[in-house]
Design a protein. Structure first.
Lengths: 489, 103
């Protein structure tokens, strides 16, 4: 191998290569091997195989790091870095992709739009997420972001005959492209300030420039716009409820979990890396954004009658909570962000999975009334949904409590008492609207007696998400120590 | 009488393009024109990158610009594809008539 592509480079890149190859192979196999619509469900196993291989490659990297006792492997002259942080997020992405692939075929079959492309898009989006978590270069990060975003634009609009899906895709695409335009404008200014696209070099250049340089402020503001849009924080949250509601529910789960986790990895890389020297500028800015996200998210969720829309607003408020860990900024705060993202992925996917299970041919099953008396019809789904909602509200012994605990702890450690009080008060508001769903499921009389959908994939996915939500809540030590070893330094 | 064109001139041009693009996205109704305005923003980025690349006498900025162009094309392709899907169902390309989901 030449000096441009060493064996270390290859070792770092293998997960991305596998994801991209399997993604393209799925697209090919879709019409070469499985021309019949009924055969397309075999593609799910192919996706699972690809994800298992990718997991093997990631495990080899994790093993290498722990055996060699080093913090990170850098490749391609510093454009990619595999460290605990990148691996932690990549495990989350793999889990999210696997769960989405498992449940997609049943849901899309019911919706009458079961095309093989969805599996290729899932894998390619996961490939983009890999670069978002592992990239330490502006170009790599930008390509990763766009690869992920383009796949999501298509997946949101996947129900071609459904006008709501079309609309959601158009809105998500226009606002997403607009915000990533701002983001990359900020990148170009960062490049101009430092003469390099490497995050480490940019950080050094910004340190010598001082925080109040107008160009630094311009770069900070434009980059923040792009990043805050991707995590759907207020005031850049407008797309989220529409995209979440219009997209096929399985894609909504992927959007809420995978896309948001990847965007948080990206956000942490930027704010803990090159933008760290101007912390005094962005800390108050992010504090305002976080409080606004919790306010808008929690209060707008109260009045929603569509469960997907309600969960979308709740995910906006969760973005606010996660930002608080970054504002605290100490090790506990960063650990809190990692744990919260891990927990959030499982509980929010679980909640959307239950909504997806209620979909039938003639009924969307997304309204609060559609959940009425669910406990009499399918008690399993109702109790799983209860667990996910308790976790989303942050009530022990579920996982959501552990996530919130570390965020609050870090806020108190760093003396952000006002933020801690506000965040705690909003938990009470959140409990109110989550329990609207619980009341509908457990107290309202059963109106619709047709059984909810079920499939092996759905059962497996719900078992995994439910188990993880309980396990992290009851026995958090292994996950906490994993996060402890994955801190970004 | 004529001053040479410096990096600052390019930066002002690119800032102006960014502004025009932003106003286009926020003020126009036609989704095709909004997509064109987004292209303007990405071209502002390209001008920035090339100007800095020339200033630093290195190729990194040009490589970045090529990637931005590629991404812009991919985005336009996906955008138009989604727009056609919308048009088949709804017969409109005006952003304010896309109102099934409340904004």
């Amino acid at each position: 191998m030449s000096q441009y592509y060493t064996s270390v480079d290859h070792f770092v890149l293998v997960p991305a290569i596998l994801l991209a190859l399997f993604g393209c192979a799925v697209l090919l196999f879709d019409f070469l091997l499985f021309p019949e619509p009924r055969q397309r469900k075999y593609l799910v196993w192919f996706v699972a195989l690809g994800l298992v291989f990718t997991g093997g490659a990631l495990w080899r990297q994790q093993h290498f790091l722990s055996v060699q006792k080093i913090d990170s492997i850098t490749a391609f002259g510093g454009t990619l870095t595999i460290d605990g942080f990148a691996l932690f997020f990549n495990w989350i992405f793999l889990a999210a992709s696997l769960i989405v692939a498992l449940i997609s075929y049943k849901y899309l079959e019911t919706a009458g739009e079961h095309q093989g492309e969805i599996y290729g898009l899932i894998l390619l989006a996961n490939c983009g997420m890999f670069f978002l978590a592992a990239g330490t270069d502006l170009i790599t990060l930008f390509i990763g972001l766009e690869l992920m975003a383009l796949c999501f634009y298509v997946m949101v609009g996947f129900l071609r005959g459904d006008r709501r899906s079309n609309e959601a895709a158009v809105k998500y695409l226009l606002l997403g492209a607009f915000s990533s335009g701002f983001l990359v404008y900020g990148f170009s200014v960062l490049y101009g300030l430092s003469g390099s696209t490497k995050l480490a070099a940019i950080r050094m250049a910004l340190e010598s420039r001082g925080a109040s340089d107008p160009l630094v402020i311009l770069a900070l503001v434009t980059v923040s716009v792009g990043l805050l849009f991707k995590i759907s924080a207020v005031p850049f949250h407008m797309w989220a409820p529409d995209a979440y509601e219009g997209a096929p529910t399985t894609v909504t789960a992927y959007l809420a979990a995978g896309s948001k986790a990847a965007s948080f990895a990206f956000l942490m890389r930027m704010f803990m890396g090159p933008l760290a020297p101007s912390r005094e500028l962005w800390e108050p800015l992010l504090a305002v954004v976080a409080v606004a996200s919790m306010t808008v998210g929690n209060f707008a969720a109260i009045t929603q009658s569509n469960v997907k829309r309600l969960l979308a607003y709740s995910s906006i408020s969760h973005a606010g909570y996660i930002l608080l860990g970054l504002i605290a900024g100490n090790d506990t705060g960063v650990q809190g962000v990692l744990v919260y993202v891990l927990v959030y992925v499982f509980m929010t996917m679980g909640a959307f999975l239950v909504v997806a299970a209620l979909r039938r041919k003639e009924m969307l099953g997304e309204d609060l009334e559609d959940m009425a008396g669910l406990v009499h019809k399918s008690p399993g789904y109702a109790f799983l949904m209860l667990i996910f909602l308790l976790s989303l509200a942050g009530i022990p012994p579920t996982a959501g409590f552990i996530g919130k605990y570390f965020i609050f702890l870090s806020l108190i450690q760093t003396g952000h008492y006002v933020l801690a009080v506000i965040a705690t008060l909003y938990v009470a508001v959140a409990i109110y609207y989550y329990f609207r769903i619980v009341r509908s499921m457990f107290i309202s009389p059963l109106t619709d007696r047709a059984p909810a959908a079920t499939s092996l994939g759905l059962k497996l996915a719900l078992a995994v998400t439910g188990l993880m939500t309980l396990l992290i809540g009851i026995y958090p030590e292994p996950f906490l120590s994993l996060a402890q070893n994955s801190l970004l330094r | 009488m004529f001053h040479p064109i410096t990096t600052v001139h390019y930066l002002v041009l690119s800032a102006a393009l960014l502004l025009v693009g932003t106003i286009g996205v926020l003020a126009r109704r036609n989704i095709v024109i909004i997509l064109m305005s987004i292209e303007l923003i990405l071209n502002a980025v390209n001008i920035n990158l090339i100007a800095f690349s020339h200033y630093f006498q290195q190729v990194t900025g040009q490589i970045f610009a090529i990637f931005v162009i590629t991404v812009a094309v991919a985005e336009a392709a996906v955008g138009l594809g989604i727009l056609i899907a919308l048009f088949q169902n709804k017969e409109t390309v005006l952003a304010d008539e896309v109102d099934l989901l409340k904004w």
